[in-house]
Every structure is written in structure tokens, then in C-alpha cells.
Write a protein that binds this ligand. Structure first.
Ligand SMILES: C[S@@+](CC[C@H](N)C(=O)[O-])C[C@H]1O[C@@H](n2cnc3c(N)ncnc32)[C@H](O)[C@@H]1O
Length: 292
């Protein structure tokens, strides 16, 4: 092991905070004074929260970095493992209510990186004994708004806390983000379903049932719309006159219907814009995106 490799920044108060890859932070174009902080949580939060930060994102648009600026999250280094629940794309089981004690005692951690650069993450050198995926939930953050599975760091931590029954901890984290509580709102029903489960298998089963129901409702809605369209057409003369218009309309309509929804996909699309501020003012109503 290299000299001082596992030293925390706390041990070296005058040194600049480093990312999980050991590189000094602050190489980003924008000035970022808050990065001089130690990476050791200073604000009061009832549970330990931590992240490996690979510095892939613009600090201004990154939820993990915002938690760091708020003094809520501890930075971990590559080579450091975490004893609590690690919410990670590398997880095997899913977060479940049986994880409650583990989360209360040892906390929860995430991997702050870009979705588009997951292959760069040395998963074998981070993580811990309790790595978990999250079950189906829909993002409310402006980057991946309405997209299932692809949550950002604060949503992932909040989801973990909510599933194990600490919704108040989830709220406490999310209320630092203008869109944050929307995450709990749009996933309320489903989170309540997961909260009633026990182990990984029961959460997986609940998730599968939810997805099946979602698919059925989606099919029903499509069929129902088809019928409505037919009825709206009325007599064939009218159809002939307005043929082009209605074709154009229906294409637009069907695009609008479920943008970004992936029913059986995992982790949404490959592109990430991280455009929080720009997108935030321009969000469509969630009812346009959600099937449930
Ligand atoms: C890929 S990073 C993207 C972070 C984003 N740039 C931000 O501003 O927070 C999101 C992290 O949250 C956790 N996460 C989000 N959705 C997840 C899911 N469905 N299953 C497991 N972990 C998930 C993982 O730790 C993942 O690495």
C-alpha cells in the first residue's frame, strides 16, 4: 500500500480535498471554493452517508457534491470499503426493509460518477459486503426526470432510507434540492409497497408485479386510445378531409405520451447532460411521463 494512501483529508487539514481517484479536486473550470472543505461531514444527519466521488460531473450540477458542500456526506477513497449498504449499479440484491438495522448502524453510500462512464469505475476496489441495486423507482431530478432506475446520488440515498422505513431521513436530504421532494411524491405509492416487504426476494416480487401492472395499463391505454380515435373519426368523409392533419397529430401525440419511460430497461439512456439548472424551469408535468 502506498504511503498515506488511506489517510483521510481530516489527517491533512491544509491539503486540498481529493476525489475517490486520489486526484486533487478543483480542476474544474468553474471556481469552486467549497471544494476546499475536508470531505468529512459537519452537518448533523441521523445516519452515516458516504460516496466515492470520481469527479465526472460538473460540481454545480452534481447532487453528491452538493451534499458534500452541505457537510452531509463523507468522501471515500478507492481502496476504502464501506460497512453499511452500498447503493450501486454493481449491486446484486436490492435494498429491502431487512436492511434497516444495517443502515441505522453503518449508514449508506453511493458512487458519484457519470452514468455514461460506469465502465471506468474500479468496482472491485470500492463497495463493500452489502452492495445493493434499487428496485424500480422513477427519477425526479432534472437530468433524468421521469426515467426509471436512473436516480442521482441524493435520490438513491433517499430511496434507500425510505425503503428501510426512514422516510423522514429521505425528506431531510431531499429538501435541500428544489425538485427533491417531488421524488418522494411521484414514487409514494411504490415506496409504500416496498416498505411492506421484508427481504430482497419480496422486494423483487413486488417490483415485478408493479411492472406487470404497468405494462397492462399501458396496453389498455393504447387500445382504449385506438378505440377513441376510431370513434372520433365519425363518418368516412370527415376522415378523408382531415387525413393528413390527424396523422401528424397522432405521431406527435404518441411521442408525447410516455417520453423517457422504459418499462423493462435498466438504467435508462446512455447520454447524460447534467444540465440541472437549465432544465429545472422547463419540466413537463410528471403526469405526462408516468403511467401510474
Ligand atoms: C451514476 S451516479 C450519477 C450521479 C449524478 N451525477 C448526481 O448528480 O447525483 C448515481 C449513483 O446513485 C446510485 N444509484 C442510482 N440509481 C441506482 C439504482 N437504480 N441502483 C443502484 N444504484 C443506483 C449509484 O451509486 C449511482 O452510481
Amino acid at each position: 500500500m502506498g504511503k498515506g494512501k488511506n489517510k483521510t483529508n481530516e489527517d491533512e487539514p491544509n491539503k486540498r480535498s481529493r476525489g475517490a481517484n486520489g486526484k486533487p479536486r478543483g480542476g474544474h473550470k468553474r471556481g469552486f471554493q467549497e471544494q476546499r472543505q475536508t470531505g468529512v461531514p459537519t452537518a448533523k444527519f441521523p445516519a452515516k452517508i458516504a460516496m466515492w466521488d470520481f469527479d465526472h460531473c460538473d460540481p454545480k450540477r452534481c447532487s453528491g457534491k452538493k451534499l458534500e458542500r452541505l457537510g452531509l456526506i463523507k468522501n471515500l477513497r478507492v481502496g476504502q470499503k464501506f460497512q453499511g449498504v452500498v447503493v450501486s449499479p454493481n449491486g446484486k440484491g436490492v435494498v429491502c426493509p431487512d436492511d434497516r438495522e444495517l443502515v441505522e448502524t453503518n449508514g449508506a453510500a453511493v458512487v458519484e460518477c457519470s452514468w455514461a462512464r460506469l465502465e471506468e469505475i474500479p468496482f472491485s476496489k470500492i463497495g463493500g459486503k452489502h452492495e445493493r441495486l434499487l428496485p424500480y423507482l422513477v427519477a425526479a431530478n432534472p437530468v433524468n426526470y421521469g426515467r426509471p432506475w436512473r436516480l442521482n446520488c441524493v435520490e438513491a440515498l433517499a430511496a434507500c432510507f425510505a425503503i428501510v422505513g426512514h422516510v423522514e431521513w429521505a425528506e431531510q436530504l431531499l429538501e435541500n434540492f428544489s425538485w427533491g421532494l417531488t421524488f418522494l411524491k411521484i414514487n409514494k405509492e411504490l415506496l409504500e409497497v416496498y416498505q411492506k416487504c421484508t427481504d430482497h426476494e419480496s422486494v423483487k416480487k413486488a417490483e415485478e408485479e408493479w411492472l406487470t401492472q404497468l405494462e397492462e395499463e399501458y396496453k389498455d391505454r393504447r387500445e382504449h386510445r385506438g378505440l377513441e380515435d376510431l370513434l372520433e373519426m365519425g363518418n368516412t368523409n370527415r376522415v378523408a378531409i382531415s387525413d393528413c392533419e390527424s396523422e401528424e397529430e397522432s405521431e406527435e401525440e404518441s411521442e408525447k405520451e410516455v417520453p423517457g419511460i422504459v418499462i423493462n430497461g435498466t438504467f435508462g439512456n446512455d447520454e447524460e447532460s447534467d444540465e440541472y439548472e437549465e432544465l429545472e424551469d422547463d419540466l413537463p408535468p410528471i403526469s405526462d411521463l408516468m403511467l401510474k
